[in-house]
Ligand binder design. Structure first.
Ligand code: ZN
Length: 241
């Protein structure tokens, strides 16, 4: 593992522990347990945890929560777009699970400096597992960022395992993770978030950042479209229990 820029490997673990604390708070709130912190100049400047159930909004992933805290702060300070980009270019994200395709693309468009994550996201991972958006968004106007996985991955996986073994309030134990995610997507459907929806085919469409990024997920295929250009259509790896 390389330096995180603001310290050594001990810092990486220390920040990931803080991200795991956020994931545990999500767990206690009956949310899928994912948490994150954003670090600048060696200090935590924002944190977030998954809030998709509470907000009834399938896009409220931990990363989005933490990013919005900063965007709101910087908006109040009346920072220009260039200044906001400059700020993000100094930020490190520590998140317990690999960013999904939506979050991975958003991080690229915001120009984050570097990402550290815990466990891989076999179904929706956007930093290597399904797509590699951390290195492939430049054509669409994003920036590449360095991404390192496997930091305290066991702790992150064990939180997931505990969550699904307990029987989450919205699914059954026999459902795969992707099926569960689909149920969340469909249950939280609102017109502004989703362009189209076909219950029979279990197709969900998610529009994000004014149509810059569109991700559609079918049971067998994941497609990502950036700025109207289809970037990839892939069949995810075997189902995750
Ligand atoms: Zn995400």
């Amino acid at each position: 593992m390389d330096s995180c820029g603001d310290g050594d490997n001990l810092d990486v673990v220390a920040f990931m522990k803080l991200a795991l604390e956020q994931a545990k708070i999500a767990f206690d709130g009956l949310e899928v347990p994912v948490g994150c912190v954003i670090v600048m100049d060696g200090k935590v400047i924002s944190c977030g945890r998954n809030r998709t159930n509470k907000t009834r909004n399938a896009t409220r992933h931990a990363e989005m929560e933490a990013i919005d805290v900063l965007l709101n702060q910087w908006k109040k300070l009346k920072l220009s777009k260039a200044e906001v980009s400059e700020m993000f270019s100094k930020c490190y994200l520590y998140v317990t699970c690999e960013p999904c395709i939506m979050c991975a693309a958003a991080l690229s468009f915001l120009g984050i400096k570097e990402v550290y994550y815990g466990c891989a996201n076999d179904k929706f991972g956007g930093c290597g597992s399904i797509l590699s958006l951390h290195t492939s968004c430049e054509e669409a106007g994003g920036k590449s960022y360095k991404c390192t996985g496997g930091i305290m991955a066991e702790e992150a996986v064990s939180l997931f395992r505990n969550f699904y073994e307990l029987g989450n309030p919205n699914g059954t134990n026999s459902e795969s993770w992707s099926q569960y995610e689909f149920r969340i997507l469909l249950r939280n459907l609102t017109d502004s978030q989703f362009n189209s929806y076909d219950a029979n085919r279990r197709l969900g469409f998610c529009s994000f950042m004014k149509g810059l990024v569109t991700a559609s997920c079918l049971p067998t295929t994941t497609t990502i479209t950036i700025a109207g250009l289809q970037k990839a259509s892939v069949v995810p790896a075997g189902s995750r229990g």
